[in-house]
Ligand binder design. Structure first.
Ligand code: NDP
Length: 284
């Protein structure tokens, strides 16, 4: 019987630990504060932003919401970020992606101070992660590492295969597995004989962006399978990049969708924010 890795339970554990830390910080007059900027009213983004606000409230983090109209200019958005960069009461700044087409996402990411980059997307933050310097970790991949560790799954020395090489998930995921001493392969759309590559994995992370792409044929008997994907099927039900029903018989452990990686992303965002209130990063 496969172990079902429960992201709801583990993310709640993390949030409860953070709640205690925040209560202790408040006794010293410190209140962590996360600024969340949303541009326009994309319904999916609104759901994500609301979930972040709820998590802040649960933990005791002060959340400040900035809801900007779809028509906001890049200059106006960047000026707001620069104001928040200078605001000493703000520990973390998050711009909800995607942004409208007229705004250059990369330019926006780069204007967020690396000292407050709780999403972990700024090039300086990414560089620090790669060289192993202490710093913010990208939330979804960091959440996967926590899922593995808190489920008692050893990473060191394991064959780890990550399918997907996006800047947000695949590449940082591979880097964090490497930091944990995994032997890491990154597969992508140009990978030849993908099934042979994925079948080498003791730990297989699917970040393909294609519903139920990873079937039993891609998975080695006894592997651990982590499903980062989130999709809505034709019946509006959530599913992942992994065909759970086909794979679950073969594996030793697996994350479900929903209730696997998804809840971890917000928990790790909160973790970044609280850590920065405990020991604020200074700008280089
Ligand atoms: P992207 O679309 O940016 O990247 C997908 C990656 O998969 C690319 O590197 C692509 O390769 C690779 N790929 C696509 N098709 C194939 C194929 N046939 N064979 C092998 N590799 C393939 O997606 P993201 O990384 O942003 O997200 C991945 C999934 O994770 C999505 O379902 C997304 O919704 C979900 N997600 C979930 C989060 C959470 O909190 N749980 C957070 C972020 C994302 P190539 O580079 O060659 O094109």
């Amino acid at each position: 019987m496969a172990q079902i890795i429960d992201g709801k339970v583990i993310s709640t554990q993390i949030k409860d630990e953070l709640k205690e830390k925040v209560a202790a910080l408040k006794e010293h007059g410190i209140v962590p504060c996360l600024a969340v900027i949303q541009v326009g009213q994309d319904p999916a983004s609104s759901v994500y932003v609301n979930n972040k606000k709820k998590a802040c409230t649960y933990i005791g983090i002060d959340s400040r919401a900035y809801e900007l109209p779809e028509s906001v200019s890049q200059t106006e958005l960047m000026e707001l970020i620069e104001t928040l960069n200078r605001d000493e009461s703000v520990n973390g700044i998050l711009v909800q992606l995607p942004l409208p087409k007229h705004i250059d996402e990369n330019a926006v990411i780069q204007v967020i101070s690396p000292a407050k980059d709780v999403d972990g997307f700024h090039p300086e933050t990414v560089g620090n992660m790669c060289i192993g310097t202490d710093g913010f970790l990208p939330c979804t991949p960091a959440g996967v590492i926590q899922l593995l560790k808190r489920s008692g799954i050893e990473i060191a020395g394991k064959e780890c295969v990550v399918v997907g090489r996006s800047n947000i998930v695949g590449k940082p995921m591979a880097m964090l597995l490497l930091r944990e001493n995994g032997t890491v392969t990154i597969a992508h759309s140009k990978t030849k004989n993908l099934k042979e590559v994925t079948k080498r994995a003791d730990i297989l992370v699917a970040a393909v962006g294609k519903p139920k792409f990873i079937t039993g044929e891609y998975v080695k008997e006894g592997a651990v399978v982590i499903d980062v994907g989130i999709h809505r099927n034709e019946n509006n039900k959530l599913c992942g990049d992994v065909d759970f029903d086909d794979v679950v018989q073969k594996v030793s452990a697996i994350t479900p969708v929903p209730g696997g990686v998804g809840p971890m992303t917000i928990a790790m965002l909160m973790d970044n924010c609280v850590k920065n209130a405990v020991s604020p990063k200074s700008e280089c």
